[in-house]
Write a protein of this length. Structure first.
Length: 201
């Protein structure tokens, strides 16, 4: 039980690692939270600091999810479903970081990393939702919001009730963390990425 508790704290701390804020402050002398959408994630880093910083933030935030999800495998702890709990701890860490006064990101990249760590096939399916949505809508937020619903629905086909519960929690978390994006989508002022059909239309 002690090993479980310690590793769970570790998963939360991994998720809490504030990549976007650190990359901005260390390499660009900018606090990403004061620019663009004020978010610390991949999308806003691309927007404010450019593709190099955006790629680094994406990879690290993504890998945080994969690493935390894999902790039970690495340390021979419990069955496969423990991975869900550790993935959830990392995602919550990212969204409510101990290093950022319990504020944080919108959980998209870390969720993607978690999906890869938990089930490669399910991750592949989810990528098949997200990428076309992004190429059509030109909105990372809209693609994330729709994808997480499709993730929840498709989880039923994997006959893994724990995965379905986790996906349901992710719907709530991701829709909640995107509430300002939802307002912008509804009034037609959401930020677009410079590729995708909608941007050029
Ligand atoms: O990854 C978060 C994304 O869905 C939206 O980011 O910066 O446009 O609010 P942003």
């Amino acid at each position: 039980a002690i090993k479980f508790a310690l590793l769970l704290i570790l998963a939360y701390l991994i998720g809490s690692f504030p990549t976007g804020v650190l990359v901005g402050k260390l390499f660009y002398h900018k606090d990403i939270r004061e620019y663009g959408s004020h978010n610390i994630g991949t999308t806003n880093t691309f927007r404010v600091l450019g593709p190099k910083a955006g790629t680094i933030v994406f990879l690290v935030d993504f890998f945080k999810g994969t690493l935390a999800t894999s902790l039970p495998v690495i340390f021979h702890l419990g069955d496969h479903h423990y991975c869900l709990v550790f993935g959830a701890a990392a995602i919550l860490g990212h969204a409510f970081s101990i290093f950022l006064k319990f504020r944080g990101g919108k959980a998209v990249a870390t969720t993607a990393g978690f999906l890869l760590g938990y089930n490669v096939k399910f991750f592949g399916l989810c990528a098949c939702f997200f990428i076309p949505l992004l190429l059509i809508t030109s909105m990372v937020s809209m693609s994330s919001l729709i994808s997480v619903i499709l993730i929840f629905i498709s989880s039923f086909f994997f006959h893994d009730s724990f995965l379905t519960i986790m996906s349901g929690v992710l719907v709530i978390l991701i829709w909640w963390s995107h509430r300002t994006n939802i307002k912008r989508i509804l009034n037609g002022s959401e930020n677009l990425v410079p590729f995708g059909l909608y941007y050029w239309y």
